[in-house]
Write a protein that binds this ligand. Structure first.
Ligand SMILES: [Mg+2]
Length: 294
């Protein structure tokens, strides 16, 4: 049975207390996009470059002028959140443009749905390599604190580009194991909300699920953490609008807005003249934070 986090925290001593984790956690399993890094803006720019090149070419063939891709309106309305090929189809339909489907192996210069998808993927990988990816503010400090506390660390992502993104963000050296889209394809693993990818990462780290924590920003991800019997599930709410409640409903033990919120030094130090009383207040706030997420 799980102990309430506030009780765990009071009993907690040593390095675990600095990380906002119960004391029985030996390994941390991190999702990538939305937890450690944000690549949404990189994807939006790659979509625009790909579609603008295509639209110019299309206009020169058809003789009809084409408005460029609007990185806010068109991205949000037709592309954001969709699988890559669905994004291509959806935007083309909005312009009443109809292309043959083609196949996976189409060269990026071909005029097919698959070719445009391939071209977008090449552009996004180039941007990730050339421009880098910004981690969230708390990502590196939290990973470094985990490493300093001797916690094992894995990256668990559905993306086939997770390795490139982790390297471009400068966080790859802090992650000991990676289970990503390539691993899923090679081993035939089930994706989230099935717990298979997190279980595979824990196994590679040599830590049983009940001693591992899952960090996720998606409902399917926290559900995977709960389904796998993991020892603690941390939800990351980057969007607001009730997302924190949804994460709790799907299995998060606690919800924070950034990994830095979990670090003990995120709390202001007590004033020197009232050390004991202020220490008590800080512990109370920590317990109240934890209580908020249950
Ligand atoms: Mg995510």
């Amino acid at each position: 049975m799980r102990l309430p986090f506030a009780r765990l925290r009071r009993r907690e001593t040593g390095a675990g207390a600095l990380l906002g984790l119960p004391p029985h956690i030996d390994a941390c399993l991190f999702d990538l996009d939305g937890v450690l890094t944000s690549t949404a803006e990189v994807h939006a720019r790659a979509w625009k470059e790909m579609f603008d090149g295509f639209l110019e070419n299309w206009a020169s063939r058809s003789g009809d002028p084409e408005e460029p891709f609007d990185i806010e309106r068109d991205y949000e309305s037709y592309v954001d959140g969709l699988p890559r090929l669905d994004g291509v189809r959806s935007f083309l339909a909005s312009r009443d443009i109809h292309l043959p489907e083609g196949t996976d192996g189409d060269p990026p210069s071909a005029l097919t749905v698959h070719a445009l998808g391939n071209r977008k993927n090449i552009l996004v990988l180039n941007k990730i390599t050339e421009d880098g990816v910004q981690p969230y503010p708390g990502s590196r400090p939290y990973l470094e604190a985990c490493a300093g506390a001797g916690k094992a660390r894995a990256l668990v992502s559905s993306s086939a580009n997770a390795g490139e993104v982790a390297r471009a963000s400068g966080l790859a050296d802090l992650l000991q194991v990676r289970v990503d889209g390539e691993t899923i394809a090679q081993r035939g693993l089930a994706g989230k909300p099935a717990p298979d990818t997190f279980l595979a990462a824990a196994r590679e780290l040599g830590v049983p699920p009940e001693r591992a924590a899952v960090f996720e920003d998606a409902e399917a991800g926290v559900a995977a953490g709960r389904a796998g019997g993991f020892g603690y599930v941390v939800g990351l709410d980057r969007v607001g609008h009730g997302h924190a409640d949804a994460l709790r409903a799907h299995g998060a033990d606690v919800v924070v807005t950034d990994l830095g919120d979990l670090l003990a030094d995120a709390y202001p130090p007590p004033p020197p003249s009232t050390t004991d009383a202020a220490g008590g207040r800080a512990r109370g706030r920590a317990a109240s934070r934890a209580g908020r997420g249950r």
